[in-house]
Design a protein around this ligand. Structure first.
Ligand code: FE2
Length: 289
């Protein structure tokens, strides 16, 4: 099973780091053709299709993105990002895409792809809101089927460091959900998830926590890591029975191979408590690490 991935296309005239006059639609079209030529079974898009300006303009540029995706007959899974709902509603997006943008499950045979769509609207100055009933849905959905799951969201929940990130080093509250710790704990407790794919943070990362591979993919239009050229990033994720193979292409290439299995198949040991609470001399424990 091969999943071709693109994220944070940010089509539209305004972006803090986008190159003047750069045509993202041409790169998107190239990605879609590449996905077909390279045997992708489906296309996964992780949101932020546009850079929002006005409702009128957002409707127009969102329509151009959807038209570009329409050049392929491959099955597509889309999630929404914060810029997609800044001036438009979820219903607007559903109408333009002609598809549901609610959380949903895609049965891929040996495993399931769960497109999880909690609220992605950013509220000033606090950022995203807690995921609430969306998290209840996710946990119920994971518990309902024993097959390994891959979760796809715009916003990552790994809680990984944002040091060095152009947007989020000084604004970490906008990089993830305020309840990311609770989300991880609840999902880890199901033992069902193998990998978690996200965009939003505009860089390539893998953070493995309790056996779950939290992966973020570089934005197609970003260039804070690739100045002066845009990253033009897109990826292929190949999943076999026991391995997950990720290759990100473009100006910010990245590759990784890792086991593919539900986290509960090989549970990690829970992290130990603070060494200072141990009766033994703490320096001995530190030496062990
Ligand atoms: Fe973005």
């Amino acid at each position: 099973m091969k999943i071709a991935i693109v994220t944070d296309i940010h089509h539209g005239p305004v972006s803090h780091t986008k190159k003047e006059g750069w045509d993202g639609l041409a790169v998107l079209a190239g990605f879609i053709d590449w996905a077909e030529e390279n045997g992708a079974d489906m296309i996964l898009d992780l949101g932020d299709h546009i850079s929002d300006t006005t409702r009128e303009n957002d409707l127009r540029v969102m329509g151009e993105v959807v038209a570009a995706f329409g050049r392929s007959k491959l099955p597509r899974v889309h999630v929404l990002g914060n810029h997609d709902v800044a001036k438009l509603s979820v219903a607007d997006n559903e109408q333009i895409f002609g598809a549901s943008m609610q959380s949903r499950v895609h049965d891929l045979g040996a495993f399931r792809l769960i497109a999880w769509q909690p609220d992605v609207e950013i509220r000033w100055p606090h950022g995203f809101v807690e995921t609430g009933a969306h998290l209840d849905w996710l946990i119920d959905t994971l518990n309902a089927d024993p097959r390994p799951a891959i979760i796809a969201t715009h916003v990552p929940v790994s809680g990984h460091s944002q040091i060095g990130n152009y947007y989020f080093e000084h604004n970490p509250q906008f990089s993830t959900y305020p309840d990311h710790e609770r989300i991880r704990a609840a999902v880890e407790a199901t033992g069902r998830v193998a990998a978690w794919l996200s965009g939003h943070v505009h860089w390539n990362t893998i953070t493995t926590i309790a056996g779950i591979r939290h992966i973020t993919i570089q934005s197609m239009s970003e260039r804070f890591t690739t100045m002066p050229e845009p990253a033009a990033a897109f990826a292929m994720l190949e999943i076999t029975e026991s391995e997950l193979d990720l290759v990100v292409h473009g100006e910010d290439p990245f590759a990784a191979r890792m086991p593919f299995r539900a986290s509960g198949a090989r549970p990690w040991m829970q992290p130990t408590g603070p060494f200072s609470q141990r009766e033994a001399a703490p320096e001995l424990e530190v030496l062990d690490a």
